[in-house]
Design a protein around this ligand. Structure first.
Ligand SMILES: [Zn+2]
Length: 344
């Protein structure tokens, strides 16, 4: 995702709250483990998929796809992954190329769906993982009609809103390297660093931990070479597609989108086949999770608001550094959403 997003409009917040109020019983019926966290995103998704005939009752092989843009083939500048509609983002620029890259993002997702489908996958949820244009980069009409699309922001678990234990695999494409890594447009939500039990996690790693606690493993990751390598070190085995070789934050030797799409198609097929054979393990760490994070330096003026978040019982360890313990990985997803809401 990108950090250069705007804050939610009052209308968006109201709409989300209204949705939460409309769906309390269906959320409870789906066995939300945390109870207090009735997840309106997940409930809405279940309703939608049920209508589409791809819901839990007739469970086939279910794929959850998280596309981002910084690790897509070609992109090296933020103006290529921002729409210019990100309110309150005075330093954000967009270029006409954004329209091309958002279309390619949908085509990459469609290639994954085709490949996964060829291996027998039957249901596909796509959750916008890129904060440009407020998580509304993929145009629904550009997507394979078999997909259900989670779009917009804020959403309870940001990049994996809607994921639950009924999914058989998670796929991240177009992902970028961790904050501080020498990858293209590298960053990590609104933090300069985040560790769980001392293990540094990037966005894929953090979301993989949440998925892993649900028993869902990551089978395919694409992005630049730095992202792919560091993610293997964090979470282990998965199918990989390297989209470009990073020279630095804003330069890379990139493969063409057409070539990467072919690789994604075949990798997605291998991913589903591999998942069926048990080739990948859900990523887990020991509980309790000891979480430590440092806010991005440019958000130092927001540190007091972060310190005031009561939900996590944060202990302040420095001017912009915090730690806390939790038994639930899903709290990491909520924390990332809360931080985004504070800083943007
Ligand atoms: Zn992004």
């Amino acid at each position: 995702m990108t950090s250069m997003t705007s804050g939610p409009s009052p209308g968006m917040v109201a709409a989300l709250a209204a949705l939460a109020l409309l769906l309390p019983s269906s959320s409870a019926a789906q066995g939300d483990s945390a109870g207090r966290d009735a997840d309106p995103g997940r409930a809405a998704l279940a309703e939608l998929q049920s209508d589409a005939g791809t819901g839990r009752a007739g469970k086939g092989f279910r794929v959850f796809i998280v596309p981002d843009m910084e690790g897509a083939p070609g992109t090296v500048f933020s103006r290529e992954v921002l729409s210019g509609a990100e309110a309150d983002c005075e330093t954000c620029f967009t270029s006409p190329d954004y329209e091309h890259y958002r279309r390619l993002m949908a085509e990459d997702v469609n290639a994954v769906i085709e490949g996964a489908s060829a291996a027998g996958a039957t249901a596909f949820t796509v959750n916008e993982g890129h904060g440009g244009n407020d998580f509304a980069n993929i145009q629904p009409f550009a997507l394979d009609p078999r997909a259900t699309l989670v779009r917009g922001w804020p959403k309870p678990l940001v990049m994996i809103t809607g994921l639950d234990a009924t999914y058989d695999t998670v796929i991240f494409i177009g992902a970028h390297a961790n904050a501080g890594s020498p990858g293209v447009m590298a960053h990590n939500f609104a933090v300069d660093s985040l560790t769980v039990n001392g293990v540094a996690l990037n966005e894929v790693g953090l979301n993989a931990l949440v998925a892993g606690e649900m028993g869902v493993s990551v089978s395919l990751v694409s992005g630049d070479d730095v992202l792919v390598e560091e993610t293997h070190e964090m979470i282990g085995q998965f199918e990989e597609v390297v989209t470009k070789i990073a020279y630095g934050r804003n330069a890379a030797a990139t493969y063409t989108p057409a070539r990467v799409r072919e690789w994604l198609r075949s990798a997605a097929r291998r991913a589903v086949e591999g998942e069926r054979k048990g080739a990948y393990r859900p990523f887990t760490l020991e509980k309790p999770y000891r979480v430590a994070f440092t806010l991005r330096k440019s958000f130092a003026d927001k540190a007091e608001e972060v310190a005031a978040l009561s939900r996590y019982r944060l202990e302040r360890t420095g001017a912009i550094s915090f730690r806390f313990e939790t038994q639930e990985a899903v709290e990491l997803g909520h924390l990332m959403n809360d931080l985004e809401l504070i800083v943007f």
